[in-house]
Design a binder for this molecule. Structure first.
Ligand SMILES: [Zn+2]
Length: 362
């Protein structure tokens, strides 16, 4: 009987303020919190748009919040949930000549998803606060880590240029996080070894990093970068579907109770160690003509891209071929390449000759 259930607390909204680096400026971002009815249930932290214009996660969280409110109202929200719908107001506001550029800080050129503080435990009391004499982007990173640490499940929602839904997962979390891949319908999982150059997800699991892979803590927790398809894949339908996937995962982990959902299907996507990802790059600059799309399977030597270096002239084409057989995961949106630009991610079955340690992209 509904009357037996404790009255749900309302969602709490607070506004985080990041002091500007110069007088008269500051940034703000909202944090939405649900307290959860059971202190022992897994807690969750979800943030989106760390790279400013990566909005599929923003849409997903927009549609997830009413579902959390409903679950709370019906006494089904077990664990506390913290939502940061737009985690990077600095990056969101970076425009130059009508173009948005949210990946790198205009101030320092550092990637907004690198160089997070990696802590040995969840005590964030010694992280710099907003009055510290350091740049706003560093204080923002410290603030986001402070908000996230202590939660059992931490999802950082990003997207790629063009491609399907996929996940980056630290190896010790695998296969425990196959439930996330199944919930979201991810097409591929890329497994990290070593470091991700201190991406947010690494900061989220850093307190576990000294534990051996077989420690049960890895199975109870989750921390990852979700790549929700491409930057243009933002619509009410996709937002609702992604919200349903996130909700499904929170039910699978026991943060939300929902007996109406069918059991989660086995996940059967592609798992690829990061070293096997071919970052196919432009050997010359020019107009990019793709012969392949995300999801395509290709053979070694197959033509992937034609670059027009001198359109209309003999010898004005340069072809780029597959360094090994595999599946095309993503491709760039921008069709004008500079020499050395990333064009495609290809998931191979053996290590790439150009593999390097750390993150795939700068
Ligand atoms: Zn991103």
């Amino acid at each position: 009987m509904a009357g037996n259930k404790a009255k749900a607390e309302d969602m709490e909204k607070t506004v985080e303020i990041i002091r500007g680096d110069t007088p008269g400026t500051e940034w703000r971002f909202p944090v939405l919190r649900f307290s959860g009815a059971d202190a022992s249930a897994p807690t969750a932290y979800l943030q989106a748009a760390l790279h400013g214009s990566e909005l599929p996660g923003v849409a997903a969280l927009h549609y997830l919040v009413p579902e959390l409110e409903r679950a709370e109202g019906e006494g089904r929200l077990r664990g506390a949930v913290t939502i940061v719908p737009q985690a990077n107001p600095i990056g969101a506001g970076q425009h130059l000549f009508l173009q948005h550029m949210g990946r790198f800080s205009f101030h320092s050129r550092s990637n907004f998803n690198r160089d997070f503080p990696l802590l040995a435990d969840t005590d964030t009391s010694h992280l710099p606060r907003d009055d510290a004499p350091i740049a706003a982007e560093k204080r923002l990173k410290a603030r986001l880590v402070t908000l996230a640490l202590g939660h059992d499940l931490v999802l950082d929602l990003h997207c790629d240029d063009e491609g399907p839904s996929y996940l980056y997962i630290a190896r010790a979390f695998w296969p425990h996080m196959a439930d996330l891949a199944a919930s979201l319908g991810s097409k591929a999982v890329l497994l990290w070894d070593g470091t991700s150059d201190a991406a947010f997800e690494e900061a989220a699991w850093a307190p576990l990093s000294a534990l051996p892979d077989e420690d049960p803590a890895w199975a109870r927790k989750a921390a990852t970068t979700v790549e929700f398809r491409g930057e243009s894949d933002v619509s009410p339908e996709l937002g609702r579907a992604d919200a349903a996937g996130l909700y499904r995962f929170l039910v699978a982990r026991g943060t939300i109770e929902d007996g109406r959902l069918p059991s989660l299907p086995e996940w059967s996507g592609t798992v690829t160690p990061l070293a096997n990802v071919e970052m196919v790059r432009a050997p010359v600059g020019g107009a990019v003509l793709y012969h392949v799309s995300p999801g395509d399977h290709v053979e070694v030597g197959q033509r992937l891209v034609t670059l027009l270096t001198a359109p209309g002239e003999i010898g004005g084409e340069t072809h780029v071929t597959a360094p090994q057989a595999g599946m095309i995961l993503t491709r760039k949106r921008n069709r004008l390449a500079r020499i050395g630009d990333d064009l495609l991610k290809l998931l191979g079955s053996k290590p790439s000759e150009t593999a390097k340690s750390g993150s795939l992209e700068s």
